[in-house]
Design a protein around this ligand. Sequence first.
Ligand code: UDP
Length: 238
Amino acid sequence: MTDAPKYKRVLLKLSGEALMGNGQFGLDPETVNQIALDIKEVVTMGVEVCVVVGGGNIFRGLSGAAAGMERSTADYMGMLATVMNSLAMQNALEQVGVETRVQTAIPMDTVAEPYIRRRAERHLDKGRVVIFGAGTGNPYFTTDTAAALRASEMGCEVLLKGTKVDGVYSADPVKDPTAERFESLSYKRVFTDDLGVMDHSAIALTRENNIPIIVFSIYETGSFAKAVGGEGCFTIIK
Ligand code: UDP
């Protein structure tokens, strides 16, 4: 466990793939449970936690469109996939004793609350984790942009992107052993070098609102808490 957290309110972005574990599709319950424990560790530190989950482990709009579907329909399917992941994350968190609410950008009242910023504020005040599902609610966007948007709206001090690797590298570290991890990067460099950290609209939004992005490995147990404490391996974009 790390010392005092550096941040009071954070947003954790999890890609759908992060919930897949070593699988090729869908959810790996063991991975989801481990992530829930990592989130619990941060909640126990007294940090207010918002979560945005992607849907790429189930459905991506672009793949649907490439297969001949109308893009908006495919994107709505992608957004629904994020809701399934949000419910899985909620279930895992509640099983380890963390109170949680899911709010969705597409209203579906019998499943989750609709997204209401002020209500989300109240949940955070009460120590609940708020999971924002259905992305931005609009096609042609991604959950990275949804994460940047919610982080801005909720006044999060940092956006932490949990990935399979412990930061941003000069090349793909899986394929290239000489790839080096950046300690720190400017938003501008991410744009100019087209480093595929997050899509450009997400970077633009975080930059405009002075929200640093920390890219860290969600697969290393305890690394979320370490990153929130400013320790461990990660890349910070600011
Ligand atoms: N999506 C969308 N609008 C949003 C967020 C997501 O249309 O605001 C759709 C889009 O089709 C996307 C899919 O939901 O491919 C899943 O989200 P994303 O690809 O961002 O998930 P991740 O890569 O993080 O798993």
